[in-house]
Design a binder for this molecule. Structure first.
Ligand SMILES: O=C[C@H](O)COP(=O)(O)O
Length: 260
């Protein structure tokens, strides 16, 4: 089973819609450099909602080799939910992916496992592939080890969910996000393997073997190769470094062939 490596750039709350146009143009130019072969990696950016229309137009008009998605969606499809954005609207904008359950949503917006679960279903209703984030805090790590909380979050998020409708999992230890202190590749592998075992239990070996599991948390050009060498790590969800075109391009250029 071959899994195409996936490098995802989560811009978080950075770059307005005008900046996003210049950024995507420069990024596409940087990635088109023929000296570097990145053809085996799928690359996607996750801009703020307000940039999506601009990014969509640019990617489609210039046929750029970039995917894109949103950073969140509502668990509801429409109605009196002021400030929320429906998966239906994201699908209309050609989003392929949507990040769900990022630790910043869990922490600052009180998103529970139940809400995350409802959002995964909402994404599937609209044909979007969830990039489902799970990860332990420093306290969790100390008290329960690395895998327990991410595994529990994955089980809760997928309760009643048909994984065959599409899924990417992102393992992001909370303490590694934006800290400059990435997890070790060994820890990323250990947790990714535990997550894949849960996927096998819930959805069968074939789906587990074809589902991509990313690592996220202080990924940069200097450490991406060490993560991608691990057999169960299929790419990265990149935050800060995705806002630096040279750095992000260098990350993308580390390609990897997973499986056989
Ligand atoms: O979604 C991305 C993660 O939160 C990682 O962020 P970071 O690369 O800035 O540590």
């Amino acid at each position: 089973m071959t899994r195409t490596p996936f490098i995802a750039g989560n811009w978080k709350m950075n770059l307005d819609h005008l900046q996003s146009i210049a950024f995507v143009q420069k990024l596409a130019w940087s990635l088109s450099d023929a000296k570097h072969d990145f053809a085996d990696a799928e690359v996607a950016v996750f801009p703020p909602f307000t940039d999506l229309r601009s990014v969509q137009s640019l990617i489609s008009a210039d046929d750029l080799p970039l995917g894109f998605g949103a950073q969140d969606l509502s668990q509801h499809d429409s109605g009196a939910y002021t400030g929320e954005v429906s998966g239906a609207f994201l699908a209309k904008l050609d989003c392929a992916y949507v990040i769900i359950g990022h630790s910043e949503r869990r922490q600052y917006h009180a998103e529970t496992d139940e809400v995350v679960n409802a959002k995964v279903s909402a994404a599937h209703r609209h044909g979007l592939v969830p990039v489902l984030c799970v990860g332990e805090t420093a306290e969790d790590l100390e008290q329960h080890g690395a895998s327990a909380v991410p595994v529990a979050q994955l089980r809760a998020a997928l309760d009643g969910v048909d994984v065959s409708k599409g899924l990417v999992v992102a393992y992001e230890p909370v303490w590694a996000i934006g800290s400059g202190q990435a997890a070790t590749p060994e820890q990323a592998q250990q947790v990714a393997a535990a997550l894949r075992a849960v996927l096998a239990e819930l959805a069968g070996d074939e789906l587990a073997a074809s589902t991509r599991i990313l690592y996220g948390g202080s990924v940069k050009a200097a450490n991406i190769a060490s993560f991608l060498r691990e057999p169960d790590v299929d790419g990265a969800l990149v935050g800060g470094a995705s806002l630096d075109i040279d750095e992000f391009s260098s990350i993308v250029r580390f390609k990897k062939h997973v499986g056989a």
